[in-house]
Ligand binder design. Structure first.
Ligand SMILES: Nc1ncnc2c1ncn2[C@@H]1O[C@H](COP(=O)(O)OP(=O)(O)O[C@H]2O[C@H](CO)[C@@H](O)[C@H](O)[C@H]2O)[C@@H](O)[C@H]1O
Ligand SMILES: O=P(O)(O)OC[C@H](O)CO
Length: 723
C-alpha cells in the first residue's frame, strides 16, 4: 500500500492537559476512525493542528510531541493570530457560512484572506517536506482549499486528493466570494476532488464553468493540461463499532436508567455541535408547537438536546448559544411543571458510551440542520439501533438525506411541518418503525467509513499519475527547435488563438498590436503565414485582405492562397441540409436569450457566448442531441466549439488546406500550427511529421505543446520573430 500523507486542519487526536501531566488521545470523530487503519497500515503521516498548546510547559510540550510522533502525527502549531485570523476568521467567518448559504453572516469586509493563504502555505510546506516519491497525499476540508494547488506547484508529480466535508454551494452563492477564482484554482491542484453528494459535484462543476470557463465532462475537467476528477463519495461511519457498543451491558444499563428517570415520557433526542447550521432553534420551536397543539402530550414528552461547545470565540456562535439558551428557558417556562421539564439541555461533549446510550434510548432522533454537508449523527443513531427501533427525523438539507430516504424527511425551515413529523414519529406503528430502521441500518452498514475511505483512495490511486500522463509541455519550449534559417509555414487559427473571445463575432476584430505582429511575420522571407479560420471569406478579406498571407475561410471550404488571388471552394461539397437545419437553430436562438445564429456559405453556427455559461452549455448539449436525432443521416458534421455549436458539410475541415498549402514548399519545410478549438485538431492532425503543434487553452488536444491563451500565443509569435 502506498504511504498515505493526510493533511487536515485538526489532527485526529486531542491533547488532554491535566494538572501535572499531559496526554494525547485519539479523537472519536468519523475521520479519525475511518482513516486510522489506512494511516497505520500505510506507515504514513498525518499533518495538522493539535489544538491549543499555548498553556503547556516546555516539558509537557515535549511529552505531547513524543506521543504525537508515536502516532505518526506531525503537529503544525497555529499561533494565536493564526487561530483568530485563519481558523476563526477566514475559515469559520467566511467559508463556513458561505458554503452553508448564510451570506448575511459573512463580515462586510474580510481582512483575513492573507492569513488564510499564509496558513495554507504552511500546511503545504510541511506536507511537501515530509513527502516521499510514491506517497498519496489526501487533503481535507474547507480550511485548506488552497493546499492542493500549492502542493501541485511544489510537487508537480504527486498524487493529490482533496475531500470537501461541507456543502459546496450553488455557483450563485460561491460567486459572491471575492477570492472565488483563487480558491477554485487551489482545489484544482488535486487529481481527485471528492464531495459528499452529487448535488455538490454539480454545483462545483457549474462554478468552474462560470468562473474559469472549464467544462466538466461527466467526472473530469482539464486544468492546465492536467485531468482533474470530481466525484461524490458519501462519507459513512464506523457502523460496527456503534452497533457493538450499543449492545454492551453498560450501555443497556444506562438506557434503562434513562427510561426509568423519564417516568414513561417519550424521548426525543438532538445531538449536535452548537453550530448555527444545525437548526437547533427551529427544532425547539417545533417541539414547542407540538406541546401547544397537543395538550395531551404535555408532561409526556422529554426532549434531550445535547450541544457540544464549538468555535466559542466566534461571535455568531456566542449569539447562537444565547438564542438557544433563551428558547430552552422559554419553552420550559411555558410547558414545564413541578413534575416535568420538557427540554433537557446539555451544553457539553459526551463520551462514546453516553452518546450511544442516548441514541439507543431515543424514541425519536431529531437531525434537522438548515444545511449540512453530510451529518454523521443521523448515521450513528441508526447504527446504534440493533433493536431496529426508533424514528429518524432528518432535514432534507443534510447531505445524508440523499441516502437515507427511509427517514421522515423534513424541511427545517417549516416549523409546522416538523411538528407534524414529530407527531407522526410518535404515533408510528411498530412494524413501520422497524421496517424503516432496518432499511436505514442496512444502508449505514454497507456504506460505512471503511467503504468511504476505500472508494476514495481506490479511485485516487487508480488514476494515472501526472508522471504517467504528463501535461503537454509549455509551447515556449518549442521555440528552440524553430531557431535557425530553415523555411517555416505558420498556420494560425484566429478566434481564441490570436484574439480572445468577444461578445459578438464582429467585436473580435484584430487590434493594432496584432496587425503589426502579422505584418512583421509576413515580412519575414523564411516564413509563409496562413490564417485558417471558421470565419466567412468577407470577414477575413476585410481584416487581412491587404496582407501578403494565405487566408482560409469556413474551416477550409474557401481558400485564397496568396494576396490578390481569387477565393477557391473545395470541390464536391453538399449544402442541401442547410435550409432544413436553419429553423432548428433559429428556434434555439429564440428560446435562449443572448444566443444567435450565424450563417456562412457552407455552414451554420449557433453562438451562445453571451449566455450564462452553465445554461448555455446545457442548451448546447441539448441542441447537439436534437440535431443528431433529426439529421443524423445528412452529409453534415455537428461540432461543439468554444461557446458555439457549428454545423458544416461533411468532408470540410481545417486539415484539408494543409496539403494544398504545402504543394509548392520543399519537403523539409517546418510547419507550425497554433489553435485552441476542436476544429483545430484536424489542422494538427494534418501537420506532417517534424511539425510543431501548439494548443492554446486547456482542452484535450493532440497538439505537442500548450500555451495558456491569446496573450501567450502572441508572445510565442514575437519570440519567433526574435523579439
Ligand atoms: N455533544 C456531543 N458530544 C459528543 N460528540 C458529539 C456531540 N455532538 C456531536 N458529536 C459528534 O460529532 C460528530 C459531528 O459530526 P457531524 O457530521 O454531525 O457534523 P460536523 O459539522 O461536526 O462535521 C462536518 O464533517 C462531517 C464529516 O464529513 C459532515 O458530516 C458534516 O456535514 C460537516 O459539517 C459526530 O461524530 C457526533 O457523534
Ligand atoms: O471544530 P472544528 O472547527 O475543527 O470543526 C469541526 C467540523 O467537523 C468541521 O467540518
Amino acid at each position: 500500500m502506498a504511504r498515505l500523507l493526510l493533511v487536515s486542519n485538526r489532527l485526529p487526536v486531542t491533547v488532554k492537559a491535566e494538572k501535572d501531566s499531559v496526554s494525547v488521545g485519539r479523537s472519536a470523530g468519523g475521520l479519525a476512525t475511518g482513516l486510522s487503519r489506512p494511516h497505520e497500515r500505510s506507515g504514513g503521516l498525518w499533518i495538522g493542528w493539535p489544538g491549543d498548546v499555548s498553556r503547556l510547559t516546555d516539558a509537557q510540550r515535549g511529552q505531547v510531541e513524543k506521543q504525537l510522533s508515536d502516532l505518526r502525527c506531525v503537529p503544525l502549531y497555529l499561533s494565536a493570530s493564526e487561530v483568530s485570523r485563519f481558523y476563526e476568521g477566514y475559515s469559520n467567518r467566511v467559508l463556513w457560512p458561505l458554503c452553508h448559504y448564510m451570506l448575511d453572516r459573512i463580515p462586510r469586509q474580510d481582512r483575513d484572506w492573507d492569513a488564510y493563504r499564509k496558513a495554507n502555505e504552511r500546511f503545504a510546506d510541511l506536507a511537501a517536506k515530509h513527502y516521499q516519491p510514491g506517497d498519496t497525499i489526501w487533503v481535507h476540508d474547507y480550511q485548506l482549499m488552497l493546499v492542493p494547488g500549492m502542493l501541485r506547484q511544489r510537487l508537480p508529480h504527486a498524487r493529490i486528493g482533496y475531500f470537501h466535508h461541507i456543502p459546496f454551494p450553488s455557483s450563485e452563492i460561491f460567486s459572491t466570494l471575492p477570492r472565488r477564482v483563487e480558491l477554485l484554482k487551489g482545489l484544482l491542484g488535486a487529481d481527485l476532488i471528492g464531495f459528499h453528494a452529487v448535488s455538490y459535484v454539480r454545483h462545483f462543476s457549474g462554478t468552474l464553468l462560470r468562473h474559469l470557463g472549464l467544462d466538466t465532462d461527466v467526472d473530469r475537467v482539464l486544468f492546465q493540461g492536467r485531468e482533474v476528477r470530481v466525484g461524490a463519495f458519501p462519507m459513512g461511519i464506523d457502523a460496527t463499532a456503534f452497533e457493538t457498543l450499543a449492545s454492551e451491558p453498560a450501555v443497556l444499563d444506562e438506557v434503562k436508567t434513562l427510561k426509568e428517570r423519564a417516568h414513561g415520557e417519550r424521548l426525543l433526542v438532538g445531538i449536535d455541535r452548537l453550530d448555527y447550521t444545525k437548526g437547533i432553534p427551529r427544532r425547539l420551536l417545533a417541539v414547542q408547537r407540538v406541546l401547544e397543539r397537543e395538550p395531551s402530550l404535555r408532561g409526556r414528552l422529554r426532549f434531550i438536546q445535547v450541544a457540544v461547545p464549538s468555535r466559542t470565540q466566534v461571535q455568531a456562535y456566542a449569539e447562537y448559544r444565547e438564542t438557544v439558551d433563551e428558547l430552552v428557558g422559554r419553552i420550559n417556562g411555558l410547558y414545564g411543571t413541578v413534575h416535568s421539564t420538557p427540554v433537557h439541555y446539555l451544553y457539553r461533549s459526551l463520551n462514546e458510551k453516553q452518546l450511544v446510550s442516548l441514541y439507543r434510548g431515543a424514541d425519536v432522533m431529531l437531525v434537522t440542520p438548515v444545511r449540512d454537508g453530510m451529518n454523521l449523527v443521523a448515521k450513528e443513531f441508526c447504527a446504534s439501533r440493533p433493536d431496529d427501533d426508533g424514528v429518524l427525523i432528518l432535514s432534507e438539507f443534510a447531505g445524508a438525506a440523499s441516502e437515507m430516504r427511509d427517514a421522515l424527511l423534513v424541511n427545517p425551515y417549516d416549523v409546522e411541518g416538523m411538528a407534524d413529523a414529530i407527531e407522526q414519529a410518535l404515533e408510528m406503528p411498530g412494524p413501520e418503525r422497524q421496517e424503516r430502521m432496518r432499511c436505514l441500518r442496512a444502508g449505514v452498514k454497507s456504506r460505512d467509513v471503511h467503504w468511504w475511505v476505500a472508494s476514495f483512495l481506490d479511485r485516487l490511486q487508480g488514476l494515472p499519475s501526472v508522471a504517467e500522463k504528463p501535461p503537454l509541455p509549455d509551447g515556449m519550449t518549442a521555440l528552440d527547435a524553430l531557431k535557425g534559417p530553415g523555411r517555416k509555414v505558420l498556420l494560425l487559427d484566429y478566434d481564441g488563438t490570436l484574439v480572445g473571445f468577444a461578445s459578438t463575432p464582429e467585436l473580435a476584430a484584430p487590434d493594432e498590436e496584432l496587425m503589426t505582429l502579422l505584418r512583421e511575420l509576413c515580412a519575414r522571407p523564411d516564413l509563409s503565414v496562413h490564417i485558417v479560420s471558421g470565419r466567412p471569406r468577407e470577414t477575413l478579406d476585410a481584416w487581412f485582405g491587404e496582407l501578403p498571407m494565405g487566408l482560409h475561410a469556413e474551416h477550409g471550404l474557401w481558400s485564397r492562397m496568396r494576396r490578390g488571388q481569387a477565393w477557391q471552394a473545395l470541390p464536391g461539397v453538399s449544402f442541401e441540409w442547410k435550409p432544413k437545419v436553419r429553423p432548428v437553430l433559429d428556434a434555439f436562438a429564440a428560446r435562449v436569450t443572448g444566443s444567435f445564429v450565424e450563417e456562412k456559405t457552407a455552414s451554420l453556427a449557433w453562438h451562445y457566448r453571451k449566455v450564462d455559461a452553465e445554461f448555455g452549455a446545457l442548451q448546447a448539449r441539448e441542441l447537439r442531441l436534437l440535431l443528431h436525432e433529426k439529421f443524423g443521416d445528412e452529409p453534415m458534421n455537428i461540432l461543439p466549439g468554444d461557446r458555439v455549436v457549428e454545423v458544416r458539410p461533411k468532408g470540410v475541415n481545417k486539415g484539408r488546406v494543409v496539403p494544398e498549402i504545402l504543394k509548392g514548399e520543399a519537403p523539409d519545410v517546418r510547419v507550425v500550427a497554433l489553435g485552441d478549438d476542436v476544429t483545430d485538431e484536424d489542422l494538427f492532425a494534418a501537420v506532417p511529421p517534424g511539425g510543431i503543434t501548439v494548443h492554446a487553452g486547456n482542452k484535450h488536444s493532440r497538439a505537442g505543446y500548450r500555451v495558456e491563451g491569446p496573450p501567450e500565443v502572441r508572445r510565442f509569435l514575437k519570440a519567433l520573430l526574435g523579439k
